[in-house]
Design a protein around this ligand. Structure first.
Ligand code: GLN
Length: 203
């Protein structure tokens, strides 16, 4: 099993600079996971912060609030441009919603980046399963990944060409299309760094 941490400083010294969108939500936990891999991730709050980074994590939180803050910070358009140009991105939970081409139960004014051909329903797991934890069999990992779902988006459709890396009860929860990887759960909320490592090593 490949759980060997990337050597401290290896990627931050020579590799691409990874950013974490830090307007709202669980960005600090993503930075901590990356720090434990020796990757010094930059918080992205402004268009100038964005210019420095080569890859980005869009964290969980509240996609409607993030959408609003992306607009007021002036980040939405430059970020949309960078993503359209192929900047690698890992979107988790609300971050998945921001990357999806189609969002059901979205607020009318919320905007996204149209990056990966999936349909998601906001808060689609309903009341009873609002928040839950489960072990996932993830393609490429030898052992299960413990996943935390919090008012997660439900993936209702996956387009042709989108790779399904993990499912929970036959519903895709981790999918990838080229440089765009999205998870409906929060991989940053346990100390298992394997999905962050998978993203970093793909850069
Ligand atoms: N329900 C939230 C939304 O619509 C996502 C929840 C999360 O990121 N944990 O954005």
């Amino acid at each position: 099993m490949s759980t060997t941490p990337i050597g401290a400083g290896d990627l931050s010294a020579t590799g691409p600079l990874v950013g974490v969108l830090a307007l709202q939500g669980a960005f600090a936990a993503h930075q901590q996971r990356l720090a434990s891999l020796g990757v010094d991730a930059a918080a992205v709050r402004t268009p100038i912060d964005l210019e420095r980074v080569d890859a980005l994590i869009l964290p969980g939180g509240e996609s409607t609030t993030m959408s609003m803050l992306l607009a007021t910070s002036g980040l939405f358009d430059p970020l949309k441009g960078r993503l359209a140009d192929g900047m690698p991105v890992f979107g988790t939970c609300a971050g998945m919603i921001l990357c999806a081409t189609e969002v059901f139960d979205a607020r009318a004014d919320q905007r996204g980046f149209d990056l990966i051909d999936i349909t998601v329903r906001r808060n689609g797991y309903g009341r009873q399963l609002d928040s839950f934890e489960t072990d996932l069999d993830v393609a490429g990992l030898d052992e299960d990944f413990h996943a935390v779902f919090i008012r997660a988006p439900l993936v209702e459709r996956v387009g042709a060409g989108v790779e399904i890396l993990a499912c929970h009860e036959d519903v895709p929860v981790l999918v990838r299309d080229g440089r765009v990887t999205v998870a409906s759960f929060h991989p940053e909320l346990t100390d298992d760094t394997r999905l962050h490592e998978m993203f970093i090593t793909s850069l």
